[in-house]
Design a protein around this ligand. Structure first.
Ligand code: PAF
Length: 283
């Protein structure tokens, strides 16, 4: 099947209905474009685990609380189409804003938990915007399986919760963070970094790796030192640096390690670019 490009709801429905009749297992990779190897890891897993791979490219205005950030978000639609076609994905869905949010659109997902911490703290409404668009894509595409990266761990957590809470029949698959040689987590936003800023961004992961489980007892002072180190390497702002339980997103408190897995979560500003990353601290 050659790659079909659907640029509106009608052509998406046309492309999908024949697959639905054949009862094919549909897999979804939602993206905002500016495709990189991190996205391609999601695509590869989707191609492996489903019979029809749908990749969506939609820069969702609802998840940006800053107009400048939305305006500056990198795009490369032509290149994205060519990369995804080469990968032999089945359908690329590139909706217009009015396809997703018609002028009378008025229904939003409200999160009662997990959106007031980490990335949600300073990005008001971000996860409500993410959950709303992802649910809308789930409704339009009706996938059996959907793929999200661990780099956006809180997003992955919230989508898994959304699927559980609403009893959606969708298997949410997590895909490990893809990093460049220096360890920098791949992100569309990396394109906005100058060479010097990229060097600084590369240090973030290296510094996070120095946090060791053995030292978790004195986590506050370790995070303080880590934060200082990040600033001394040229990071402009450490928005958050926290250790949390990966199953509950609860903060780490000494003595509560048990069999749980903990991750360190970070958001930094390098120049004007906001970057996030996380690492599992427990084996
Ligand atoms: O991770 C992203 O690129 C976006 O948040 C997503 C999941 C495509 C929703 O807009």
């Amino acid at each position: 099947m050659p790659t079909l490009i659907a640029r509106n709801l009608k052509s998406l429905e046309k492309a999908l209905s024949s697959q639905r009749i054949k009862k094919k297992k549909i897999g979804l990779v939602p993206t905002m474009g500016a495709i990189h190897d991190g996205h391609l890891a999601l695509v590869d897993k989707c191609l492996k685990l489903s019979q029809v791979t749908v990749v969506t490219i939609f820069i969702n205005p609802m998840q940006f609380n800053n107009k400048k950030d939305l305006k500056n978000y990198p795009t490369s639609i032509r290149k994205d189409i060519s990369i995804l076609t080469e990968k032999k994905v089945n359908i690329i869905f590139i909706p217009k804003i009015k396809d997703i949010y018609p002028s009378d659109f008025s229904t939003f997902i409200e999160l009662k938990k997990f959106d007031n911490m980490l990335c949600g703290k300073n990005r008001n409404g971000h996860f409500s915007g993410v959950a709303t668009v992802v649910l809308k894509l789930f409704c339009l595409i009706n996938p059996r399986v959907a793929f999200f990266g661990e780099k956006d761990f809180q997003q992955l957590f919230i989508i898994k919760k959304l699927v559980r809470d609403l009893n959606l029949n969708i298997d949410v698959q997590a895909v490990k963070t893809v990093r460049d040689k220096s360890g920098l987590a791949l992100s569309s936003r990396n394109r906005l970094l100058s060479k010097g800023e990229k060097n600084i961004a590369s240090k973030v992961n290296i510094i996070l790796r120095e946090i060791s489980l053995k030292n978790l007892k004195s986590i506050k002072s370790i995070l303080k030192k880590t934060s200082k180190k990040l600033y001394s390497e040229g990071v402009k702002k450490v928005e958050y640096l926290e250790v949390r339980n990966e199953k509950s997103l609860e903060s780490y408190t000494y003595g509560k390690l048990g069999n749980n897995h903990y991750r360190v979560f970070v958001a930094v500003k390098v120049g004007k670019v906001r970057l996030i990353d996380n690492l599992r601290l427990t084996k």
